[in-house]
Write a protein that binds this ligand. Structure first.
Ligand code: TXA
Ligand code: MG
Length: 330
């Protein structure tokens, strides 16, 4: 692990993009904004760089990463696209969608990045800073969310710094991200399968496919030895505090994570209150989710009570992350 590294923080711009490309080419680690969450980038073809990335995050090495590329031609050099995958790429890239596909013959990505799987996760991000860095670097960039393994994903450069300062080379600060939850992951196997709900709502994907996305097999997402989306461990998004879901009233000393009107019994004695979206807007709630969880958790409260969030649109991803947060740490 590169503990003791001096982590540079640069505002997004030409100098930061050039520094990012230079550091990636030298095998270093660069955090940068995408439209979903901040990613921690490394050269996807450099096994040593990937190894140091796993170490900087404290991430178990069996958990494969997403290869970020700048365009479809670059994606097709590392992954095999069937008709459904091409339709999804045409409709949603660049954007908050990751496709899991068979590796292309001669795929240059390090085995460590795919954790030895025959499949590879690929995404073309939409954030202009991410796109500039990918263009300047010129190759695939492995980028998990830029947080310590088990923490909630970072939506600002300050979140990245609080987890990874001293462990990575550079943080490119592009401000708060727009979407706020990680990309939706679709496995393009015989039939497209929703591996992780995320920043692209299921309904939009199903509209393009003309059919429903399959659900992963029951044992695939949490405790099995070889989960289909291995990062979807039940406790992946755990804050320190206990998380209590579907709160309709507050116990003394609890903090409240509200959605819509927070009028409820016990609110006057709340340790803290933060609202995902006072006007009940689901996209705004997604953008605020991880920042609000971090802020409430940093107050040292015992329990964060969370109001119900509707399952529509990005609500599916929000509720998925909240359920995982409620499981607690191993
Ligand atoms: O929005 C995002 O997707 C962000 C930004 C930075 O792009 N990235 C992100 O990466 O959330 P990460 O590493 O936190 O989550 C990647 C997920 C993990 O659950 C991992 O198990 C899954 O993708 N994954 C990667 N390769 C896979 C593969 N070949 N098969 C199945 N799942 C895979
Ligand atoms: Mg992550």
């Amino acid at each position: 692990m590169k503990v003791g590294l001096q982590t540079q923080i640069l505002p997004a711009g030409e100098a930061a993009v050039a520094a990012a490309a230079r550091i990636l080419a030298a095998g270093g680690l660069v955090a940068f904004p995408t439209e979903t969450v901040y990613g921690l980038g490394a050269d996807a073809t450099n096994a040593a760089a990937i190894a140091s990335l796993y170490q900087a995050k404290g991430r178990p090495a069996f958990n494969p990463l997403i290869a970020h590329v700048g365009d479809l031609a670059a994606a097709r050099r590392i992954a095999r696209f069937d008709a459904a995958a091409l339709a999804l790429a045409a409709a949603f890239w660049p954007g908050p969608l990751t496709l899991v596909l068979p590796k292309a013959p001669g795929c240059a990505v390090a085995d460590l990045m795919t954790a030895g799987l025959e499949t590879i996760a690929v995404r073309i991000p939409a954030h202009p800073v991410a796109r500039d860095i990918l263009r300047a670097f010129g190759g695939p960039v492995a980028a998990p969310s830029a947080n310590l393994s088990g923490h909630v994903s970072p939506t600002t450069a300050a979140h990245v710094a609080s987890d990874l300062s001293g462990r990575i080379d550079l943080i490119v600060d592009g401000g708060a991200v727009a979407v706020g939850v990680e990309s939706t992951i679709v496995g393009c196997f015989d039939q497209p399968m929703l591996l992780r709900p995320g920043g692209l709502p299921r309904a939009e994907i199903e509209r393009v496919l003309g059919r429903a996305l399959l659900a992963p097999p029951d044992d695939a997402d949490s405790d099995s030895e070889q989960p289909l989306a291995p990062g979807m461990l039940a406790s992946h998004y755990a804050p320190r505090a206990r998380v209590r879901l579907d709160a309709v009233s507050l116990e003394p000393g609890e903090a409240l994570l509200a959605f819509g009107s927070d009028a409820m019994a016990g609110i006057d004695a709340a340790a803290a209150v933060m609202n995902l979206s006072p006007r009940g807007d689901i996209d705004e709630a997604a953008a605020n989710l991880f920042g609000h969880l971090r802020a409430l958790d940093s107050k040292g409260v015992g329990t964060i009570a969370v109001m119900p969030v509707p399952e529509q649109g990005l609500g599916e991803a929000i509720n998925d992350r909240l359920r995982r947060a409620a499981v607690g740490r191993p």
